[in-house]
Design a protein around this ligand. Structure first.
Ligand code: HPA
Length: 232
């Protein structure tokens, strides 16, 4: 049991999927896991453990943003011995040639957050994905015929921006999309010598203003989860 996770020691598998939305954690566990058991209910941020393809697997909601995922990732690794953390989330596409439903494998995570400036005493750390997971996810997504891109994302502390052209500088440097968690995930994984990858589905096309319908969100989310589970 940790401060934010009430699971007993041994109740969480070494391989954990991390959606932001706890309701998605429940949905995935019920749809894909054999014998899904709810192992955490603290703050309604539910987590489940079950079996997939004969192997133990867990899924834990993280909430939105760097501070929230940092709490769950840290406790999962330190208190429960988790070795592989796969974020499955949504993102807003920065580039005009990307469509709703495209899968992005976040090779690296730029950020406007100050957390790593604090951690590294004002110096820059380059948070990046585990290469083996990245390669495996690329192969799995390609085999499924998904439209998949690999590249850097921006992990932002702000969903709503009040300044003019907040994303232009990132777009001009080839950053594929915006989300709000991967810098923390990759940094915490690096700090503990464990593997991490963010698999993201485009839910918002920020150049055209298009947004995914609820139906698109559901089916596309499950495609990404299947890619993630193939890494188990
Ligand atoms: N901004 C930040 N995070 C996101 C977005 C967005 O537009 N869409 C999905 N995650």
């Amino acid at each position: 049991m940790s401060i934010h996770i009430s699971a007993a020691p041994g109740d969480i598998a070494p391989f954990v999927l991390l959606p932001g939305d706890p309701l998605r954690a429940r949905h995935v566990a019920e749809a894909y896991f054999e014998e899904p058991t709810c192992v955490n209910q603290t703050r309604g941020m539910v987590g489940f453990t079950g079996v997939y393809g004969g192997k133990p697997v867990s899924i834990q909601g993280t909430g939105m943003g760097v501070p929230s995922i940092a709490i769950y990732a840290t406790e999962l690794v330190r208190e429960y011995g988790v070795r592989t953390l796969i974020r499955v989330g949504t993102c807003g596409a920065f580039q005009p040639d990307m469509a709703i439903g495209d899968v992005i494998l976040a090779q690296a995570a730029c950020t406007d957050s100050n957390v790593n400036q604090l951690r590294f005493g004002g110096r820059d750390f380059a948070p990046c994905a585990d290469f083996g997971l990245l390669q495996g996810a690329w192969n799995a997504a390609s085999e499924r015929g998904l439209s998949v891109r690999v590249g850097p994302v921006l992990c932002s502390d702000s969903f709503y921006q009040d300044v003019e052209d907040p994303w232009g500088i990132w777009q001009r440097h080839g950053v594929l999309a915006i989300e709000m968690e991967s810098t923390a995930l990759y940094t915490i994984a690096a700090a503990h010598g464990v593997r991490a990858l963010s698999i993201l589905t485009v839910s918002d096309q920020l150049v055209s203003g298009e947004r995914a319908t609820p139906e698109q969100r559901q089916t596309q989310f499950m495609s990404m989860v299947e890619v993630a589970l193939s890494l188990l």
